[in-house]
Design a protein around this ligand. Sequence first.
Ligand code: ADP
Ligand code: 5GP
Length: 227
Amino acid sequence: MMAPVSRGVLVIVSSPSGAGKTTLTRRLLAEFPNQLEFSVSYTTRPMRPGEVDGRDYWFVTPDVFEGMVERHEFAEYAWVHQNRYGTARAPIDTALGAGRDVIFDVDWQGGKALSAQWPRDSLKIFILPPDVDALERRLRQRATDAPDVIERRVRKAKEELEHYPEYEHLIVNDDLERAYALIRATYLTRRYGGVDRPDVPYPLADLAQLVASNAAAADHAKKLVDR
Ligand code: ADP
Ligand code: 5GP
């Protein structure tokens, strides 16, 4: 039997657009479906091909969004890339109260607001691209946005990057397998503590390796921002 955990963890994952946070968070959710759920945000942006309403986002009109703001239904909301995005409060309270963890794909504004409201329960992770050119390449390859939208997102990437110091865990998404191993280890270490336990069916991280990779990622982030 796994030892009960009294409250769930808010796993807050941010990155510049195109750095790979959707890929990494989806994989974590697929591996731990019984303990981790995705916070489905509300947005006024148009749906991309392949996206599903209620799975990727709740796609709503500006009027519906504004109504939710007025009724104080959001734990946080922000303007990102000229659209509105918000995180509803009720599903978070329900999940955390039941000891389930919630994963958030939000920008730095959302990360700041959520961790301010749940300072003890938040785990903040920032995903870094190998370089800024890679971001643009990946967004073009993803081919889900119009060229002018991609250009705007690349410009915004640098602004998002500047907020990396607000995150305690930094992961460079160069090799996907390596980046996934790091986000997985970071999550499990927080969830279960840093020591392998007989009641937890996952091998935990090599803490020294996590600390070293975090320090290297911080150097990398500084170079990206300074360039
Ligand atoms: P974000 O959610 O941060 O905007 P995505 O997860 O949608 O980014 O990734 C952007 C694109 O880059 C996707 O097409 C994805 O498949 C690809 N991608 C993600 N990680 C890697 C990686 N390590 N190497 C190469 N391509 C990647
Ligand atoms: P996209 O349009 O590419 O899905 O997301 C654009 C940006 O909005 C990403 O940085 C994403 O993390 C952020 N985002 C998505 N949902 C929310 C939310 O509910 N709140 C905030 N503040 N940002 C969000």
